[in-house]
Design a protein around this ligand. Structure first.
Ligand code: SAH
Length: 544
């Protein structure tokens, strides 16, 4: 694969973002996003796609604005691309679906060519094929259709020379895919039947194709106009006409995924959130990545360097999170040392995700307690240590600066010498767009929020404008807390915790969500909604 890090790379990449499911992005698209300085993007780009971009890249929205659905004029977009490219920046021009399928990609490429700006086209998965595929409608099928045709249903009356000849199109292909605009649907259906297509020809309208809000309405050419008049489809929608629509009943696949249709808020830090998002997508859910926290180096770097120099003095290292593992190794490598420096030091971890992260660095933990809490770890250490009393252990405990003291206190009470070493700090991600989240929550667009630490919840409250404004919207989603510590933070705020998994891990959260969906998505009624909420704490206690 040619990487845009190459010297000869294009300056402007016209990139297709696919139809909605971010999993349908191409490898080239992801590479260009990671290397972009500026991203100029349209209305239908899923927010998750932008999260894949280089965090420092400037993002410029040129799609529809507000209710009046005004877009930046095409000439202005063309000029913007040229200005950004001439300033020496790598530009990604992102478009929904494929840039050349009703995406004005051709016009933009012509403009760049005229200005001698090197460019490339990165095709995307077009909604014309992908939305039917997710609706279980193959555009061709040896039994039913040997051709398909993609056409716009949006006619511009001022451009007579480009008028769609529906009479000719009616029999030009077995499957017709009509993109954009349903204002003319009645006359289109009439024109198609007048030209010889049977009024009984199956047809379907697919809205929000490939996303969690995908809705498919089936009809025939005869019934389609009245069905659409009664239930106008939400944008974006397309229409597919042809016998292939019948196959849907037989091969429906996506709607059978365990978390299909669920929109899930992922408020973890960006890197961890991306892993959770991928797991959610594989189960059919649509993740909404909203990093409320950011991990940054702690205040005292000298202490870390000293501890790493003295690793040989410890006989245990304890990790209680995957983040602690990542940051510990980051500092180890930064000190020009590697895994061998752990020597004969034994390693204990809390949680299977922490253990998995450690294996990633080539270290197999000696102790992983069956339960995910400090007491279970101490019991496991005692069992593992055999006759060596706890007072002979020297333990290093790399963790977050703001971590809790349960484990150190318990070990000290046994006479153990333990050094707590902050290797990172969790801070509020002030760049997250709290107003966008508030609007999405208020509109009921998020079904579930997964909170993986007290700070993910506290910081979301802060980003929503503080306790009072957060209260108005938070209870609109089902709240999942990864464990008891996080759950008590949610309850302290006055909200109910709807789902508490068996274990403190993302995989256990996903299992709990699957059971919740298969049980009909019902939350146990609690008195939280009616009882008076606790008073909002002063703002400064929220962050951290
Ligand atoms: N370049 C895009 C199409 C742009 S025109 C592509 O290749 O997909 C915009 C039209 O595409 C919308 O009006 C709608 O008809 C269709 N469309 C885009 N995304 C869609 C989706 N997720 N589901 C259904 N139709 C979609």
């Amino acid at each position: 694969m040619v990487s845009s890090g190459d010297k000869n790379a294009a300056v402007v990449s016209l990139v297709g973002a696919g139809p909605g499911d971010p999993g349908l992005l191409t490898l080239h698209a992801v590479d260009r996003l990671r290397n972009a300085d500026v991203i100029i993007y349209d209305h239908l780009i899923p927010p998750f796609v932008l999260e894949l971009a280089n965090a420092a890249a400037q993002r410029i929205y040129v799609g529809k604005w507000g209710a009046e659905t005004r877009a930046m004029p095409q000439e202005a977009i063309n000029d913007l691309m040229v200005v950004c490219a001439k300033s020496g920046r790598r530009v990604v021009r992102m478009k929904g679906g494929d840039p050349f399928v009703f995406g004005r990609g051709g016009e933009e490429a012509s403009h760049l060519a005229a200005h001698k700006i090197p460019f490339e086209i990165i095709p995307g998965v077009t909604s014309a094929i992908a939305a039917p595929a997710y609706a279980a409608i193959p555009v061709t099928d040896r039994r039913l259709s040997s051709s398909f045709l993609v056409v716009t249903g949006h006619e511009n009356p001022e451009r007579v020379e480009r008028r769609v000849d529906w009479g000719r199109i009616a029999n030009a292909a077995d499957t017709l895919v009509i993109l954009m605009g349903f204002q003319q649907i009645e006359s289109i259906c009439l024109a198609l039947t007048a030209a010889g297509r049977s009024p009984d020809t199956p047809a379907a309208v697919i809205s929000g194709g490939t996303g969690a809000r995908q809705v498919v309405v089936e009809a025939t050419l005869a019934t389609l106009p009245s069905i659409l008049a009664q239930h106008p489809p939400p944008a974006p929608s397309l229409c597919i006409v042809g016998d292939v629509v019948r196959l849907r009943k037989e091969i429906n696949w996506v709607e059978t995924r365990p978390l299909w249709g669920l929109r899930v808020l992922v408020p973890q830090s960006r890197d961890q959130g991306l892993v959770t998002c991928e797991k959610l997508m594989n189960l059919g859910a649509e993740p909404v990545l909203f990093p409320t926290i950011q991990l940054v180096p702690p205040a005292d770097i000298a202490a870390i360097k000293l501890a790493i120099k003295s690793l040989a003095e410890y006989n245990w290292i304890v990790f209680s999170s995957a983040n602690a593992v990542d940051w510990f190794f980051r500092w180890l490598f930064e000190c020009d040392q590697d895994t061998r420096s752990l020597g004969t030091c034994r390693v204990a971890v809390i949680g299977s995700a922490t253990a998995a992260r450690l294996r990633h660095y080539g270290v197999i933990p000696d102790v992983v307690p069956a339960q995910f809490h400090a007491e279970a770890l101490v019991d496991a250490l005692i069992a593992h240590a055999g006759p060596a009393p706890a007072s002979t252990w020297r333990v290093l405990f790399p963790r977050a600066e703001e971590g809790r003291d349960v484990l150190p206190q318990r070990l000290r009470s046994l006479g153990t010498s333990i050094d707590v070493l902050p290797v990172y700090r969790t801070v509020l991600n002030a760049a997250a767009d709290g107003r966008a989240l508030e609007a999405a929550l208020a509109a009921g667009q998020i079904d579930v929020g997964i909170f993986t630490s007290p700070s993910t919840f506290r910081n979301m409250v802060e980003l929503l404008g503080g306790c009072d404004s957060a209260r108005a919207v938070i209870d609109k989603m089902t709240l999942v807390a990864i464990g008891e510590t996080t759950a008590s933070e949610v309850r302290k705020f006055g909200s109910r915790v709807d789902i508490l998994p068996a274990e403190s891990s993302i995989d256990s959260v996903l299992d709990a969500l699957k059971s919740w969906v298969s049980a009909g998505r019902t939350n146990a009624a609690t008195d939280v909604g009616t009882s008076p909420k606790p008073k909002c704490p002063p703002n400064d206690t929220l962050v951290g």
